[in-house]
Design a protein around this ligand. Structure first.
Ligand SMILES: [Zn+2]
Length: 449
């Protein structure tokens, strides 16, 4: 069963942050101004250039749920025809609000296009769903393939951001860890932007286990506080707090790391294994950003998701979704009655592992341990050098063990073994002090005795 792996904004954070009155008011306003029709005009005008280049290009008129097979079919009269049960923003808000996907989606391999000169595992393909959310729309219109120049589309950087950020993540894994096939042999890097109207989330889409001719990929909503038609200026539409998913390198790296972990060892996404999945996505996503900015341990902010939070949210002491440096201190917003619930010590662990929230609460213990290891290597050190090499070696070790389950204590033990093995192999210049730093970090968070 194909399923989304990791909605970036988890339910327990997502739901209470919604200003319900603002949602209701905005929906009413949108219905009055007949946004569906306007959106279709904008879609038609914006893609006029691309459409005229390619007769077969399909354009999706999201307002009335018809597929327009050629550009000539887009006429104002057609778009304005009243259609029964039209796809309305009200429905988009409701579905987004529930943070659920109703039907299985698929990214057919046949829809991809690659240059012969680049290995398929290093090739990017970016699609545009043009605000549709329907399974039949997937993967959308192919906008930019590997090696193609930047798309010129004024006021809408999503396609180029997706392409560039996927490229940075690909280069990070190749140059730092020698991984030339992040998602596995024969699997390209696929990104899809503009899922639904203002859908406030992003996720990693995993395909069916059996090879059904489809590929996995990254899917991005635009977020409730972002209007791609106004140069991505924050708005208060729907009273939302989250946006800019594809504009955040860290989020792209986080989600692609889920794909890498899944391809390596099919780690389960529930209970403590789920916490480990999230922890790996967080720390490798963070390392990728720090590597790109060439930041030292001391320079880095160690916050996750700080660049997808609206200003009004930050003004209320909501700095980020998570803090790797100080789990539990990323946000504390009295007005909304929400506080970062992450823990940073085994003694405070959330015990009910069947509650999905525990995945995000307990991962703080591992995030904190990673931060302590990085700190121990010195303020001027770089996270992706020694700590990153140890964590990556531990991931390989876990793979050789062939288990799809791994708890927090198990992971701690494996990182220590990995550090010792690197010391034995004399690469990459891991010393006895570094091994001790790993042991000490896990002791400090109460995992190892
Ligand atoms: Zn995740």
């Amino acid at each position: 069963m194909a399923q989304p792996l990791c909605f970036f904004i988890p339910d327990h954070i997502f739901t209470p942050t919604i200003n319900r009155n603002a949602v209701a008011n905005k929906v009413e306003e949108l219905n009055k101004s007949n946004l569906q029709t306007n959106a279709s005009y904008r879609v038609a005008n914006s893609w006029r250039k691309e459409a005229s280049k390619d007769e077969d290009l399909r354009l999706f008129a999201v307002s009335n749920e018809v597929v327009i097979e050629s550009f000539d079919e887009i006429q104002p009269q057609k778009v304005q025809e009243p259609v029964e049960e039209a796809y309305t923003p009200t429905k988009a808000v409701r579905d987004g609000y529930e943070n659920k996907l109703s039907e299985t989606i698929r990214i057919p391999r046949d829809d991809l296009k690659f240059p012969a000169s680049v290995p398929i595992e290093q090739s990017r393909c970016v699609f545009d769903l043009q605000f549709s959310k329907h399974p039949w729309s997937f993967p959308g219109v192919l906008m930019r393939s590997e090696g193609e120049p930047a798309l010129e589309r004024q006021g809408d950087p999503a396609v180029n951001q997706c392409y560039e950020h996927m490229g940075i993540v690909r280069d990070f894994y190749r140059e730092v860890f020698g991984n030339h096939a992040i998602l596995g042999e024969g699997i390209p890097l696929v990104g899809i932007v503009h899922y639904d109207f203002y859908f406030p989330n992003a996720w990693w889409h995993e395909r069916d286990e059996k090879d059904d001719g489809s590929v996995p990929g990254l899917i991005f909503g635009d977020g409730w506080d972002t209007d791609p038609w106004k140069n991505n200026q924050p708005t208060k539409w729907y009273g939302g707090c989250f946006g800019n998913f594809v504009g955040s390198l860290e989020i792209v790296a986080h989600e692609m790391t889920h794909g890498m972990v899944h391809s390596l060892l099919k780690l389960e996404t529930t209970e403590e294994s789920g916490s480990l999945h999230e922890h790996l996505a967080d720390v490798f996503g963070m390392m990728c950003e720090q590597w790109h900015k060439n930041q030292t341990v001391d320079d880095a902010d160690w916050l996750v998701g700080e660049d997808l939070i609206a200003k009004q949210f930050k003004d209320l002491q909501g700095f980020a979704l998570r803090s790797v440096k100080a789990p539990g201190k990323a946000y504390d917003i009295e007005d909304l009655g929400i506080k970062d619930a992450q823990v940073d010590h085994m003694s405070n662990m959330m015990q009910d592992k069947r509650d999905v929230k525990s995945i995000y609460v307990n991962m703080g213990i591992m995030n904190k341990a990673f931060y302590l290891v990085a700190q121990a290597m010195g303020k001027k050190s770089k996270s992706w050098e020694k700590p990153g090499k140890i964590w990556y070696a531990a991931l390989q070790k876990l793979r050789t063990l062939g288990s799809s389950k791994c708890g927090i204590t198990g992971w701690a033990t494996i990182t220590v073994i990995a550090a010792k093995n690197l010391l034995k192999d004399k690469k990459p210049t891991i010393e006895q002090d570094d091994v001790q730093a790993v042991i000490d970090a896990w002791k400090e968070v109460g995992v190892l005795k």
